[in-house]
Write a protein that binds this ligand. Structure first.
Ligand code: F6R
Length: 239
């Protein structure tokens, strides 16, 4: 696990974008795993800038997103589908047919999870981008008593609902989501996790120094051979 500590989120965004650009320029048909939330937004801004300057093309990449809310229309302003299109996909040349999401509105969620896991088996993720919850979740793998394997439907924890409900000004936030499982995330060739702010310091301490335990799902990353953790000083303050 390699730690990179920066002064602010913008610097992190540039550094992480550079790693992704290097990857895509070396292997134009890279498979990239993306996350939503505040943490990767500066990275997405830097990727868009680099694309506009002609430094990289995403026309042959394939993408997989970590998670999606259940029972929220795909084009709702708070769906992760909308988030990714507004924050990245609409501004670069990725092909829509190469963009993959879990369908949180699938009637048969078990079949939907199998469909996604089959695609992930066929398309090994080169770089998986992650944020981390204040409770140590990665994707929506919430603290529990066992590590999860493949994609599944999860009831979100109160901590996650409290953190994310700020985005839901009109309608209540969904309490369920579909998420990639921990073992699927761990199969990625490289993992880049971003965390900023004091609110993430406990989770980062657990991730880096804690026991490997499903009560802090991010701690499993200690077992991955190629993990880069990008932090600001506040997120790194307990290390
Ligand atoms: C989002 C996701 C979550 C977030 C985490 C941190 O796709 O899977 O694990 O990465 O909740 O969210 P932010 O970055 O908003 O603090």
């Amino acid at each position: 696990m390699i730690l990179h500590i920066f002064n602010n989120a913008e610097e992190i965004g540039k550094a992480v974008a550079n790693l992704i650009i290097e990857q895509v320029n070396e292997k134009p048909d890279s498979v990239l795993g993306f996350a939503t939330g505040a943490s990767p937004v500066p990275t997405y801004k830097s990727l868009i800038k680099a694309y506009n300057k002609g430094k990289v093309s995403f026309k042959d990449i394939t993408t997989f997103n970590l998670d999606e809310y259940c029972d929220l229309p795909k084009d709702d302003k708070n769906s992760y589908y909308t988030f990714m299109h507004e924050n990245l996909f609409n501004h670069i040349d990725v092909k829509e047919e190469n963009v993959n999401f879990l369908n949180g509105n699938a009637e048969d969620t078990d079949a939907e999870c199998v469909r996604y896991d089959d695609l992930l088996t066929e398309n090994k993720i080169d770089i998986q981008l992650l944020g981390v919850g204040r409770n140590g979740h990665i994707g929506f793998n919430e603290p529990s008593n066992k590590f999860t394997k493949g994609s599944f439907k999860v009831r979100l924890s109160q901590s996650t609902i409290d953190a994310n409900s700020i985005y839901f000004d009109e309608n209540p936030m969904p309490h369920y989501a579909l998420t990639m499982g921990t073992v699927s995330i761990m199969k990625s060739k490289q993992i880049i996790l971003i965390a900023t702010g004091r609110g993430k310091a406990d989770a980062i301490d657990g991730l880096v120094n804690g026991d490997i335990t499903p009560s802090c799902p991010a701690s499993v990353l200690q077992l991955h051979p190629n993990v880069h953790i990008f932090l600001d000083k506040a997120a790194a303050s307990l290390l």
